[in-house]
Design a protein around this ligand. Structure first.
Ligand code: ARG
Ligand code: GLU
Length: 713
């Protein structure tokens, strides 16, 4: 542990030479890292990676559906992402008769590719620092209202200037808590079709048992295709659309690999929080995460059992289960890792360094001398609101699902008069009725009832203020549950649809008497009236303090490697193909093979089930050109700093070719959202050669492999 308690300045100074893996870099600034990347083996120039006027790697990287990354791999718009990123699309095309989850799906030609309403893929056209323009005319003496208004006006103008006369969209995002602003101009494709997916027994092999864990054997990929209008520009779905011709697509790195090979991940990491103050980190570790974990543990106990008992429930709940389980398990790894790293003590010692540095100059002392103290004080007073906020998210948004319908109805009656005035009431009601099909297709009221009972108890327990005798805390959950799940319109499709079909003004009074709706209203009102604004104020104040604190880091430690926290914009991170030593006495090798899949099979755990075809394929050892020294690599790890949102990101070799798809981190590295440890933090990648083997040999979709360009060196 000792070696982490380095002095702050020393730690940052050494970071650059020794552990270049930390950091998620902004593509337009990558030239500053070119020489370091070359020293690590990269053969590309900064302009090959990011260029606005010529094609570059960035043109092959797509933000997939807003939450994942995908990459173009053929001249016909073929797109690869993770299996878990395309999971809800695959699920929506699945039924008991067409069980694509279980058996996989492969379109044999363009005509069989399946459209996905609402799914988008966006290419970043350019990203530019616009801090000076955003702050134009803003005076340091302005109060926050005047300031915000001026910023808003500037932002509007900049977006207008960037998009007028183009088919582009643009947004301006704060970086470093508002010390910097960047404009991101993008091209949003709206016709993205499903081309293929392996069965769950490949794409989700290892399931939740292996999720976030190394050694890993998951073929976590699915295949889509971008369609565009005949002018190659984004267009809404249409039969007339044609496969998109990309500006750049990634050739496939089809050669042997070894530890030490340069790797670069290019994608859309969602959120990191490297700068949080020590007191807040302690709150996350000791209070917030344990409570969130407990809520999810309860939901999962119900869902997992029900899915095991019934195929119908398995299909209905598979996507919901995956999303609840994913953060649940990550959080457990995260607090475990932060504790083992003694992250709070490291933070405190870095904070001491910061304070010491601030005391060396009067102007620093004035600007930054109190930064940390103020953040810790604000945290002590305000984190209770963040806690309540997150508990309400767990309960009202992740928990029992009747609340989803309640939210829609609450909006309906809130906007009732306005909708009538505009003549839109009936279309709004029709939309809700249509939505009911999708909702109840994946709903089981018995499952929901059990979740309701467990989570309502827990939510009330977690959020009850000391000595409170508030009405909410007097509920008898068992009694409520009986009434709600036998009578409420929110828990049964016939009742819900009948209510909407017969909707008249006086239905509002009837709705307000519905026990399920009434309960939602009490909780939701408590949330908006008592929690939301206080949480937002806490968050805003903390952001303002962080802004100043981070400015101090840049100013007082100019030689340190600084990088802006992830914020769902395109970033680059680099490292190498590398195993790790996760704990004393343990080594993780850097890759896994098909033999390992077979070894995990037949252990009685349904997460490792295989279809007979895989056993047959393994017996025949028909690996074609996809093997390396007789072994078929399945996954490998790299020392690249990634986070949620990097799923589906291409892992790119020294020459710009695709080595594999990022899909996870090891459990020991999930703490890297708060603190990166170069010894342990590894991203998990499915090898592109396994992906192609599955397409070609396993699934008989060789025509897709034939679309790609293989680089054998
Ligand atoms: N842990 C990965 C990520 O954060 C993969 C999740 C999907 N897999 C699963 N078994 N739930 O998204
Ligand atoms: N599976 C994650 C995702 O969906 C990536 C893993 C991580 O958090 O690093 O983005």
């Amino acid at each position: 542990m000792k070696k982490y308690i380095l002095s702050f300045s020393l730690l940052f100074a050494t970071v650059l030479q020794v552990f270049a893996e930390e950091g998620m870099l902004i593509p337009s600034l990558i030239a500053a890292f070119e020489s370091d990347m070359k020293a690590k083996g990269m053969k590309l120039s900064a302009k090959d990676i990011y260029d606005v006027n010529n094609s570059s790697l960035k043109d092959a990287i797509m933000h997939f559906g807003g939450g994942c990354t995908a990459e173009l791999v053929s001249g016909k718009g073929l797109l690869l992402t993770n299996h878990h990123c395309g999971y809800s699309q695959v699920q929506s095309h699945s039924s008991l008769e067409k069980d694509y989850l279980k058996n996989g799906f492969w379109a044999k030609n363009f005509a069989e590719e399946l459209p996905n309403a609402g799914l988008t893929a966006s290419r970043m056209v350019r990203i530019d620092d616009v801090t000076a323009s955003v702050m134009f005319g803003v005076k340091s003496t302005d109060n926050s209202l005047v300031r915000d208004a001026a910023i808003r006006k500037n932002v509007e103008q900049l977006i207008k200037d960037a998009t007028t006369g183009t088919h582009y969209e643009a947004e301006i995002k704060p970086f470093n808590y508002g010390n910097d602003y960047y404009i991101i101009v993008k091209e949003v494709f709206k016709d993205v079709r499903l081309v293929g997916t392996p069965p769950n027994s490949i794409g989700k092999f290892g399931g939740d048992t292996d999720n976030w864990v190394w050694p890993r054997h998951t073929g976590d990929f699915s295949v889509f295709r971008i369609y565009a209008g005949v002018d190659n520009k984004p267009a809404a779905f249409s039969d007339k659309n044609v496969p998109y011709t990309p500006i750049h697509f990634l050739p496939i790195s089809f050669q042997n690999r070894k530890p030490g090979d340069f790797t670069m991940v290019y994608g859309f990491p969602g959120e990191t929080e490297q700068h949080v103050v020590s007191g807040y980190l302690k709150f996350i570790i000791e209070k917030q995460r344990p409570a969130q974990i407990k809520m999810r543990e309860k939901s999962l106990s119900v869902i997992d059992a029900a899915m095991r008992a019934s195929d119908e429930v398995r299909i209905k709940y598979s996507a919901k289960q995956a999303s609840i389980a994913n953060a649940y398990k990550k959080w457990i790894g995260q607090i475990d890792g932060l504790k083992r790293l003694d992250a709070v003590s490291i933070k405190v010692s870095r904070e001491n360094e910061y304070n010491t540095m601030a005391s060396t100059k009067p102007e620093w002392s004035k600007m930054y001398g109190q930064a940390i103290e103020l953040m810790n004080k604000l945290n002590d007073e305000g984190n209770q609101w963040e806690f309540k906020y997150n508990m309400a998210i767990e309960y009202l948004y992740v928990g029992p699902e009747l609340y989803k319908l309640a939210r829609g109805l609450k909006d309906l009656i809130k906007n009732h008069d306005r909708l009538v005035e505009k003549g839109e009431l009936n279309t709004t009601i029709d939309k809700l009725i249509k939505g009911a099909d999708g909702f109840f297709k994946n709903y089981d009221s018995k499952v929901d009832q059990q979740i309701f009972e467990l989570l309502t108890e827990e939510y009330l327990k977690q959020t009850q203020p000391a000595n409170s005798s508030g009405e909410m805390y007097k509920y008898n959950v068992g009694d409520l549950s009986k009434v709600i799940y036998s009578k409420s319109i929110l828990t049964n499709k016939e009742r819900y649809v009948a209510f909407l079909k017969g909707f008249k003004k006086k239905s509002i009074a009837k709705l307000k008497k519905d026990t399920g709706y009434k309960l939602y209203d009490v909780f939701a009102t408590d949330f908006t009236d008592n929690t939301l604004s206080k949480y937002q104020a806490f968050d805003d104040q903390m952001t303002a303090l962080l802004k100043n604190y981070v400015a101090g880091k840049y100013e007082m430690f100019p030689n340190a490697k600084h990088w802006s926290d992830a914020n769902s914009t395109l970033r680059i991170t680099y490292g190498q193909l590398e195993g790790s030593s996760p704990a004393d006495g343990m080594m993780y090798t850097e890759h896994t093979t098909l033999d390992g899949i077979i070894a995990k099979y037949n252990t009685g755990n349904p997460d490792f089930e295989l279809l007979p075809r895989m056993l047959e394929m393994h017996k025949n050892k028909d690996y074609g050109d996809y093997a390396q020294n007789g072994e078929l690599w399945v996954c490998f790890t790299g020392s690249n700093h990634t986070t949620g949102g990097n799923s589906g990101s291409p892992v790119i070799d020294a020459k710009g070719n695709l080595m594999g798809l990022n899909f996870d981190r090891t459990w020991e590295s999930t703490m890297s959202d708060y603190m990166f440890d170069p010894n342990r933090c590894r991203n998990v990648v499915v090898d592109i050669r396994y992906v192609m083997w599955v397409m070609d040999k396993y699934a008989g979709a060789k025509h897709l492999v034939d679309e790609m360009v293989l680089v054998k060196e």
